[in-house]
Write a protein that binds this ligand. Structure first.
Ligand code: FE2
Ligand code: FE2
Length: 476
């Protein structure tokens, strides 16, 4: 298995694409449709810019990234997989210990296709959600990071489309076309999952999205990286290396917002949101409300708390748990139970369900543990600045739209409320139209090298050891 990438093919790849002419032709037929989707739905007004982007040149750890200025439509999107592990066996479920599958078993075809399509659909969706953000970038550095994320989400779509074309015949080709047909927020033909039809209207939303929602991506990809279907496992492992940068952009972005607000609070010696806003920075209460929104919408992505599909996916080896192979249990989970939340007599109670049926909740809880870490690091920024305000994630039952908790009104601290009580407090807990209008009022394009919008601090360092005032984007 080669790990170097063949860039002489029309579609860069490390999967020996030229050996399968039919597949190569089918993908070369999809490629112009992808490019026209990119031109229509990708970053607005930015196709002629030369952007300092990284491109994968090999899947070897540490050796895969090459940086240079390229126009985004010329980005070499391709098909990259981690090398095959000889003798890999299935790590969980009823086929545990058997050889991993190199092809799709007939009985799991429909479920695997559904899993791949659902993952694939999120990738172009986020590009669509983010397409206007370049017009209000707070700096050239941030603009470059946005575009990097966008081209990599485009590549993640390629990763899923390759699997559909190679392993699912005609159905797969039709699904690949449909991935370019649905659009985020479209009334008639929306993206599959709720969070991917929400708007990402401003940069605070973008940083929250890349911190929280790209992290959902990480957990889904980690679960798929355990799959018995080896090509899916190898593809998602490589996608994870790209995903890390997306979460970095979110974490460091919020950190810089918080740092800038804290500096202004100290300068003005105030914690009055009105005064802080008047100084042109985002008050911490608004940051908290955005956090509440993005966190709750994102944890819904893990699906219903109790799910027979989750049990089937696990039992049959399609989708494992986060870090499945590092866990010390029997990897079959028969007869075990897991706690999920329900409302009883106006209080939240934990109910035990068969663990196999509770695997969405298991993954959600692993996600929650991971996402709390960054919130703690944002609070360190406040602590260091001598500000007493602390950010926190809301209760996991807050603002849920999926599963047992859908429709129940819960406060961020986990109390069951009446509709009336919730409505009376909603503006303190979730971004109001007025909050969003205020944040939008700060969004002006700042793109001179080394300059930053007033509401955000500069980063500690540049990209790929370049200086912060490097010309990351050359405008044409
Ligand atoms: Fe992605
Ligand atoms: Fe991502």
């Amino acid at each position: 298995m080669q790990t170097g990438i063949n860039y002489s093919d029309k579609i860069p790849n490390n999967v020996n694409l030229s050996e399968d002419k039919t597949l190569q032709r089918a993908l070369e037929h999809w490629q112009p449709n992808y490019l026209s989707w990119w031109n229509d739905m990708g970053p607005e007004g930015a196709m002629q810019h030369d952007v300092y982007l990284r491109t994968a040149v090999s899947v070897d750890p540490g050796g895969w990234a090459q940086f240079g200025h390229v126009k985004m439509p010329d980005y070499r999107w391709g098909i990259f997989m981690n090398p095959k592990e000889e003798g890999r066996t299935i790590g969980f479920g009823e086929h545990k210990g058997e050889a991993a599958w190199q092809d799709v078993p007939g009985e799991h075809r429909a479920n695997l296709r559904r899993i791949i399509v659902t993952q694939g659909d999120t990738e172009p969706a986020s590009v669509e959600q983010q397409r206007h953000l370049g017009l209000t970038a707070p700096s050239m550095y941030d603009l470059r990071n946005l575009f990097q994320i966008n081209v990599e989400e485009g590549r993640h779509l390629w990763a899923m489309v390759y699997l559909l074309h190679k392993h699912f015949g005609r159905d797969g080709r039709e699904e690949a076309d449909a991935l370019l047909g649905r659009n985020s927020g479209d009334a008639d033909n929306p993206r599959i999952l709720g969070a991917f039809n929400e708007k990402t209207p401003d940069w605070l939303a973008f940083f929250m999205f890349t911190y929280f929602t790209d992290r959902d991506g990480k957990f889904q990809l980690c679960a798929l990286a355990e799959s018995a279907f080896d090509p899916l496992a190898r593809t998602t492992k490589f996608m994870l290396t790209e995903e890390a940068h997306h979460m970095f952009v979110g974490e460091s972005g919020i950190s810089r917002v918080v740092a800038r607000t804290a500096a202004v609070m100290n300068e003005l010696k105030t914690d009055d949101p009105a005064k802080i806003r008047a100084a042109g920075v985002i008050d911490l209460e608004t940051v908290q409300r955005y956090l509440n929104f993005h966190y709750s919408v994102t944890i819904d992505l893990f699906g219903a708390d109790e799910s027979s599909n989750a049990a089937i996916f696990y039992n049959s080896g399609l989708k494992g748990r986060f870090e499945e192979t590092k866990r010390a249990d029997d990897h079959q989970l028969q007869g075990q139970t897991y706690g999920v939340l329900a409302v009883q007599n106006d209080t939240l109670v934990e109910r035990q369900v068969p663990m196999l049926n509770g695997l969405n909740e298991v993954l959600r809880d692993d996600y929650i543990k991971d996402s709390v870490g960054g919130v703690g690091r944002w609070n360190k920024v406040l602590e260091k600045a001598g500000i007493s305000f602390r950010l926190s994630v809301p209760h996991k039952a807050f603002n849920r739209k999926i599963g047992m908790l859908a429709g129940v009104k819960i406060s961020p601290d986990g109390r069951v409320l009446s509709e009336v009580e919730f409505a009376a407090n909603e503006k303190h807990w979730l971004p109001s139209a007025e909050d969003r209008a205020f944040v939008a009022s700060l969004m002006h394009r700042v793109v001179e090298p080394g300059k930053f919008a007033n509401w955000i601090a500069p980063p500690v360092m540049g990209i790929n050891r370049q200086l912060v005032d490097f010309d990351y984007v050359r405008f044409n």
